[in-house]
Write a protein that binds this ligand. Sequence first.
Ligand SMILES: NC(=O)c1ccc[n+]([C@@H]2O[C@H](COP(=O)([O-])OP(=O)(O)OC[C@H]3O[C@@H](n4cnc5c(N)ncnc54)[C@H](O)[C@@H]3O)[C@@H](O)[C@H]2O)c1
Length: 294
Amino acid sequence: MRIAKVGVVGAGVIGRGVAQSLAQTGHEVVLVDVSEAVLADALSDIANGLRFAAFRDPVLRKADHAQIMAAITVATDYRALADVQFVVENVTEDWDIKQAVYRELDRACPAECVFAVNTSAVRIARLAAVTGRPANIVGMHFMNPVPQKQHVELIVGPDSSDGAIASAMTLLDQLGKQAIVVRDSPGFVSNRVMMLMINEAIAVLEEGVASASDVDAIFVHCFSHKMGPLATADLIGLDTILNTLDVLRDDCGKEKFAASLLLRRMVDEGRLGRKSGSGFFEYSMRKEVQRDGD
Ligand SMILES: NC(=O)c1ccc[n+]([C@@H]2O[C@H](COP(=O)([O-])OP(=O)(O)OC[C@H]3O[C@@H](n4cnc5c(N)ncnc54)[C@H](O)[C@@H]3O)[C@@H](O)[C@H]2O)c1
């Protein structure tokens, strides 16, 4: 059965990408955040994102963008989620915030609604335990930027039912994306490995072993990665990197995940990467399509 109406909770870096991907593939979207300002910025970013995506996608080039935008309703009240069939949750990577959100979602959404946790590291089972519907919880770790990435790490929790997994697969199929299925574990596969690499790249920068450009150049030119670890950290958001390392250290009990001091200092200073305009590299705050005079 087609999933027609989807709640997207959290309209930050990744939530707005999920909302755009859903809207441009014909879904009705209810986008919820605690901040009206974030929601307004998200709508403007999604409209820009659609124009950008249309350069590469002939179907989207011919589509009515106003109609796609009209399929997105924004709200700060969880009651707007009363009739959604599926929720993708993308709030701040912080245990206290996430668990409070799942209690609210449980109250606001229909009993049969499936919740997909979009987290960098939190175990799905921990969040499933705070809801009254542990069988209806799966993990969907979307990659950034969501509209451009074809693959999603789909995390199966110990209580995830076959029905919930099938619903998640259906939604990904409707989005034109493919699942790579993994079992529940802190950081799953992607971030358990990648966060260590990013943290160590920051440590070698901090020790003066190489400049930020040269650290990344090793990975781009020698290992043929599309981006180096420091540019990747800027794209993800340094606050999200720090929160993810903290979750991994607390949940795994391993000091190897202790965040480098430079990372903590940059987050304290508000240097969060692309989203703040400054991180390991500097970014223009102008949006991609506006640069073309659109
Ligand atoms: N940034 C990435 O590349 C990336 C990739 C995959 C997964 N994730 C995960 O997705 C989640 C969101 O990450 P992000 O980078 O978008 O963070 P972000 O800080 O950009 O956005 C988080 C959003 O959650 C909102 N929020 C906070 N409390 C809320 C609540 N109670 N109800 C509704 N909204 C609330 C905030 O206002 C903010 O807009 C995190 O768990 C992160 O680990 C991030």
